[in-house]
Ligand binder design. Structure first.
Ligand code: UDP
Length: 456
């Protein structure tokens, strides 16, 4: 990778929203900028800095306060209250952080999570470049944009929705906050819509996706806004070859389980293990957890299942003991390392955007079990647009039953449809690598972004 001349004196401050699914892509993107010669400082919140269980690499981490130094957003009454306080306290502490560097190494650009839109006001006030970083797909961004401008009103009238730039969507394919904009979801919706309050004033709009993956929507959005696709942020070492024993790719807000699961994976045949994870936030009901557990067992495949410590009590009693021959349950794992392992042949996923991109970039077929937020839309693309997975069917009670889980796993692992899915995902893996390799679409966009900063 070419290092830009003058880049080393260009200092960029990166501000992620303090949640796992936001920290990883912004951390990975920061490392990519470092590899291209920029000086990068990651501004986390004080609570996150204290919570970070691992912090690989040489990146500087310098915290700011969000007003919730002892608990982060989890202790706020709701997301809007958290965001209000974060804005009030964070605007001041972020400006102080930029000022702190003003003599020795002035900050030239602030890359801020699109969920922190007020950061752009801070950047403008201080006269530095402001780049908004979108951690969700272009499709999801465009849907939220349409809602924010009243072009799509909630509750959405079904059964289908036409949005320019997107394929025909069923109402249930929309992000859950959009198709069910009631109660706490209405609060979440207003929170995600705030991304679009001032985004047109940002100097750059960076999106963690790649051109070929979201071809139509990227082209449509590019006609309106200065968007730059820079993803997938998955580090290239993983894309180049299947790596083992390297966890230097992300920030963990959870304790990495010490179970010897990599050793366990090493003993398994190629593509024989189902990896199961629902990310950092989704909570399954007890009934769903039970169905999932027996569905996994009945599939007769080996499985590695991430059940966060807060969810463990929902596991059926004796499940772990009874399935120890076939499976392993861990509380958190280095996901990219697991997905990159040759033994993993299927990912049963909630379709968080990072998990989706990671599976796709590493060529792992999926069983989609979206739960909420943007996962429903990502699931639609996984199954019907990219054709890299099957969707487990939800019954009238909103539960995916064990029979369907078993069926989907068997089909993806051994069935004819599974063969087709494997061929497709292999193609997407190659295209993802092409996008981030030197001269690829995302790499060129990153180079343009850096060149713009350096010349500025
Ligand atoms: N992740 C991980 N270990 C786990 C589960 C998840 O490292 O055991 C990482 C995963 O690789 C991804 C992030 O956590 O980068 C989850 O982000 P995603 O957008 O998929 O879901 P969210 O947690 O935001 O719902």
């Amino acid at each position: 990778m070419e290092k830009e001349e003058g880049a080393s004196s260009t200092h960029v401050l990166v501000l992620p929203f303090p949640a796992q699914g936001h920290m990883n892509p912004l951390f990975q993107f920061s490392n990519r900028l470092v590899s291209k010669g920029l000086k990068v400082t990651l501004a986390t919140t004080i609570f996150i800095a204290k919570t970070m269980k691992s912090h690989p690499g040489s990146l500087i981490v310098d915290p700011i306060s969000d007003g919730f130094d002892d608990g982060g957003w989890a202790v706020a009454e709701d997301m809007n209250i958290y965001k209000e306080r974060f804005e009030a306290v964070g605007s001041r502490t972020l400006a102080e952080l930029v000022e702190k560097y003003s003599h020795d190494c002035p900050v030239k650009c602030l890359i801020y999570d699109s969920h922190i839109p007020w950061a752009l006001d801070v950047a403008k006030k201080l006269g530095i470049v402001g780049a908004s970083f979108f951690t969700q797909s272009c499709a999801v961004d465009l849907i939220y944009y349409n809602v924010s401008r009243g072009l799509l009103s909630t509750p959405v009238q079904g059964p289908t929705v036409t949005i320019p730039g997107l394929p025909l969507l069923e109402v249930n394919d929309l992000p859950s906050f959009v198709y069910y904009a009631l109660g706490s979801y209405a609060t979440h919706l207003s929170s995600v819509l705030s991304q679009f309050s001032n985004f047109e004033k940002a100097d750059w709009l960076l999106v963690n996706t790649f051109d070929k993956l979201e071809d139509e929507v990227v082209q449509w959005m590019s006609k309106k806004w200065r968007i730059k696709t820079i993803g997938p942020t998955v580090p290239s070492m993983y894309l180049d070859k299947r790596m083992e024993g390297n966890t230097d790719y992300g920030i963990n807000l959870f304790h990495l389980d010490t179970d010897p699961f990599v050793k366990w994976l090493n003993t398994k045949e190629t593509s024989s293990v189902v990896y199961v994870s629902f990310g950092s936030l989704a909570e399954l009901g007890e009934e769903q957890m039970e169905e999932l557990a027996w569905g996994l067992k009945n599939s007769n495949s080996y499985f590695l299942w991430v059940v966060r410590a807060s969810e463990e009590t929902k596991l059926p009693s004796k499940f772990v003991e009874e399935t120890s021959e076939k499976g392993m349950v861990v509380t958190w794992c280095p996901q990219l390392e697991v997905l990159a392992h040759r033994a993993v042949g299927c990912f049963m996923t909630h379709c968080g955007w990072n998990s989706t991109l990671e599976a796709l970039s590493l060529g792992v077929p999926m069983v989609a079990m979206p739960q909420w937020t943007d996962q429903t839309t990502n699931g639609k693309f996984v199954v019907d647009i990219w054709e890299v997975g099957l969707r487990a069917r939800v019954d009238e009670k909103g539960i995916v039953r064990r029979e369907d889980i078993e069926l989907c796993i068997k089909e993806v692992m051994e069935g004819d449809k599974g063969k087709e899915i494997k061929r497709n995902v292999k193609k997407w893996k190659e295209l993802a690598k092409e996008a981030v390799d030197e001269g690829g679409s995302s790499d060129k966009n990153i180079e343009d972004f850096i060149a713009g900063l350096v010349c500025d």
